[in-house]
Design a protein around this ligand. Structure first.
Ligand code: GP9
Ligand code: MN
Length: 431
């Protein structure tokens, strides 16, 4: 057994959180439906254009009494974008420092991922996506993660018509509509992930689906964003109605998240206009990395939770809600519902946000006020920042060691049977 793994196991053990009895097991046995909101940022929640809410259905869901919604939750993706988000959520490992881990390691690495873990607890597991199955190497990676089913483009009749596709796949409304009957047939309890695509750069939409005016920043790559976000919101609303009709709404844990920015920080002028500011600095751009994260279940105590966290923290948070311990897992997140969470959010380039400080774009700020400061002139702050930075750098590099060295093949996860890729096939000829 590799020594590299021992040191990583120790690091993971040292950073365990304590389960919160208010939440641990509160969604035990429920179906889990994860909705991946493409390029959807936190600033869109309750955002208005000409006095109109852009995403009324998502806003309502965000404020629902049984929704636990996080307003200090950040995307942590690197070059793998969507793929990195999927990797963090389902394996508790970061995307790699460069490239896409799903593409480079998804086919060959051993993983102890959420679909496989839940499958072995009696769940049926399925991923739904209206793009070709090969994109981001999903068709291979999902086998390594233990997904029973992968419903990609060839499974959706509507996708055959050119008109029904835009950008990276079939339009979200049709995607949800044609996913619903499959979902309905999955043996319960199931774990299902729905990956939307329409709200993706360049934010093109056919005129009949446009229902809100563009923003007027004057930046052409930015101004259509609210239109595709509105469309995705409507698609989400229709999907919720379907879940209610099918009787799946109340016995499911719904998990919503935005995967990464829709408007990149290379558009600071447009971002300032959208935020109604004269200009934006690195502190604002760090905030700009926030994406929604919402968990909803019947009987869950809801509200807006201000814990600082990110995509890497989703796996332990969800597994703990389902009453499944992660004590023996090699994963780099911390349960967002634990009281002793560190509240340090690592970005892939080693910048970070914590409950105390923001280190972004080479500058340092006080998180609560946005005041810029120089750690060399504040030794108390400096010692906290140094410790946070050490945690960030170790987490990222240990995660990279696990990915690039395929170290989970040496890790015995008690009760977990190693996934055999040959057990899985998602056949139906891909287009
Ligand atoms: C493609 C879609 C987009 O299938 O998930 O990926 P992204 O460009 O956002 O990484
Ligand atoms: Mn994406």
């Amino acid at each position: 057994k590799s020594n590299d793994l021992k040191k990583i196991e120790n690091f993971v053990q040292e950073n365990q959180t304590t389960n919160n009895p208010l939440y641990f097991g509160k969604a035990k046995g429920k179906n889990v439906i994860v909705i991946h909101l493409e390029s959807f940022q936190q600033f869109m929640i309750d955002y208005k254009v000409n006095g109109q809410e852009v995403t009324p259905n998502l806003n309502k869901f965000y404020h629902d009494q049984q929704s636990l919604s996080f307003d200090n939750f950040y995307n942590q993706v690197g070059q793998g974008k969507t793929a990195d988000a999927e990797m963090m959520l389902e394996t508790g490992l970061y995307g790699t420092a460069s490239g896409s881990a799903m593409v480079n390691y998804g086919t060959t690495n051993t993983y102890q991922a959420v679909p496989g873990i839940l499958d072995q607890q009696g769940y049926t597991t399925a991923s739904f996506h209206g793009d070709t199955g090969t994109f981001w190497n999903r068709d291979n990676t999902y086998k390594s993660w233990g997904y029973d089913y992968f419903f990609s483009k060839p499974f959706f009749p509507a996708a055959k018509k050119e008109d029904n596709n835009i950008g990276y796949g079939m339009k979200d409304k049709l995607f949800f509509k044609e996913s619903a009957p499959y979902l309905d047939q999955l043996p319960q309890p199931f774990y299902a992930k729905m990956i939307t695509v329409t709200n993706h750069y360049p934010y093109d939409l056919d005129s009949k689906n446009i229902s809100i005016e563009k923003t007027k920043t004057g930046d052409k790559t930015v101004d259509g964003y609210v239109q595709t976000a509105r469309y995705m919101d409507q698609a989400f609303g229709e999907f919720i109605n379907y879940l209610k009709k099918a009787g799946l709404y109340d016995n499911s844990l719904l998990v919503l998240y935005g995967d990464h920015y829709g408007i990149s920080e290379n558009h600071p002028k447009a971002i300032a206009k959208l935020l109604g500011k004269k200009s934006v600095n690195a502190y604002d751009l760090a905030n700009w990395q926030k994406v929604p994260f919402i968990v909803h279940a019947d009987g869950l105590q809801g509200g807006i939770n201000h814990t600082y966290g990110g995509e890497i923290d989703v796996m332990p948070t969800i597994l703990h809600l389902l009453g499944i311990s992660t004590k023996q897992n090699i994963q780099f997140g911390q349960d967002l519902l634990a009281k002793d969470n560190k509240q340090i959010v690592a970005f892939r380039n080693s910048s970070f946000v914590s409950k105390d400080y923001v280190h972004y774009g080479g500058n340092y700020y006080v998180t609560s006020t946005g005041t810029k400061f120089d750690p060399k002139e504040d030794l108390r702050a400096k010692s906290i920042i140094d410790a946070d930075q050490k945690y960030v750098d170790q987490s990222l590099s240990y995660s990279d060691e696990v990915q690039t060295g395929d170290l989970l093949r040496f890790h015995n996860l008690p009760g977990f049977k190693k996934i055999q890729r040959s057990d899985y096939s998602y056949s139906r000829k891909d287009s």
